[in-house]
Write a protein that binds this ligand. Sequence first.
Ligand code: FAD
Length: 457
Amino acid sequence: MKQYDAIIIGFGKAGKTLAAELSNRGWQVAIVERSNMMYGGTCPNIACIPTKMLVHEAEVSALLYYDDFPKQANMYKQAIGRKNRLTSFLRNDNYERLNKRPNVTIYTGTGSFVSSNTIKVALPEGDIELQGKEIFINTGSTPIIPAIDGIQHSQHVYTSSTLLDLNVLPHHLIIIGGGYIGLEFASMYAGFGSKVTILEGGNKFMPREDRDIANSVKEVMDKKGIEIHLNTRAQSVHDTSDGVTLTYSDVSDGTPYYVDGDAILIATGRKPMIEGLNLQAAGVGVDAHGAIIVNDQLRTTVPHIWAMGDVKGGSQFTYVSLDDFRIIRDQLFGDKKRDIGDRDPVQYAVFIDPPLAHIGISEEEALKRGYSFKVSRLPATSIVRTRTLQQTDGMLKAIINNHNGKIMGCTLFCADASEIINTVAMAMKTGQPSTFLRDFIFTHPSMSEGLNQLFDV
Ligand SMILES: Cc1cc2nc3c(=O)[nH]c(=O)nc-3n(C[C@H](O)[C@H](O)[C@H](O)COP(=O)(O)OP(=O)(O)OC[C@H]3O[C@@H](n4cnc5c(N)ncnc54)[C@H](O)[C@@H]3O)c2cc1C
């Protein structure tokens, strides 16, 4: 049986970064990836990178060919081709970066535990077993597929990964789930010219956001013609001669409805990918949501087995997975000061058009917790840069502590929000008062200079 200092199951962000680090330190490393289409993990192959490329393509398409469906459909087809070339380039690059290292071996097969130190890899030529002193689980997450009649047999039902392979632009895309992935796809396909209908089970649009922000997003979605139905439960799916019919009911009174479309996207969340890992053979515990239980330093219930990225539950972001790598590096080689408790608040961005980004506390949370704070709001139109970009939609909002002037939270729904939020995050994490951003010198004209106005309260 081959012996390794480390076995990493899953070629995700944390896994590949850790493999390179351990290799630099002279460890013998095995990295196990179940699919030759997934080197580099979810982000570059089927998630962040392809979607953000298509979000950009959709914005260009909307500018060039607004209201001309055949031209948009052609642009979409070409965009899918460009996306495929990019993901293929990144996949090969990710593979080569590890493969060229003499002390890293990539096994392309599904990994599972035989015992706490032994991993079985199912290779096309047969199973092999590997032994590792330290084992790292980085298997990511997988879409949750709700029980809807007919969903398994329909030719028109997609997940976020499979929809990215469809190169025919749907005239009408139905999205089940109004979470952030659902909204990104809604905005993107509406940009390409599809009619989009979102069916959301909850009774509140964007429940995590303050109502003024959610309403502002809703207004922009309305302008794009995106229909949003709350309180719905999808019941059944039937393929028809020219598409698909989805039957759903109104949760409040049971009234049945149906909607016809060309494609249905299931965007009802993602769960930790533990299927087939045979965790019980190693004694690795999972919680009620199927997430691998870890302590603050990312050790599982078996001390030499670690979990990182989506599989351990919590926020599902590539940069959180990368930070998990940093925590483990610190535990193995550093002064052991880092843990998951010290990275909050973590910012996030939703790549709708314009993008929405947030960090820290919302106004509703601040009220609930009884803080003394002030709120600043700024319409995006107040920033002259939005006019030069012809992207005047949206608003900015900040929550500032009355006692110490520190920034408690900030939401940006405006052009470049996904970039500017990092500046706010830096100010917050370095403990700057809000006046720091009020008086900061930004380039002009830029979206960042909106922070001068936002924090002038
Ligand atoms: C549509 C979409 C858009 C997103 N956009 C963003 C974004 O813009 N920004 C952002 O930060 N995050 C985004 N995310 C989330 C982000 O993609 C994930 O949080 C991140 O990729 C998780 O990385 P990870 O390290 O947990 O592992 P992953 O990158 O998921 O890698 C896990 C790997 O393990 C492999 N694997 C699974 N089981 C086994 C097994 N038993 N044996 C061997 N290999 C196995 C899988 O094939 C996969 O390659 C998005 C997600 C989706 C779905």
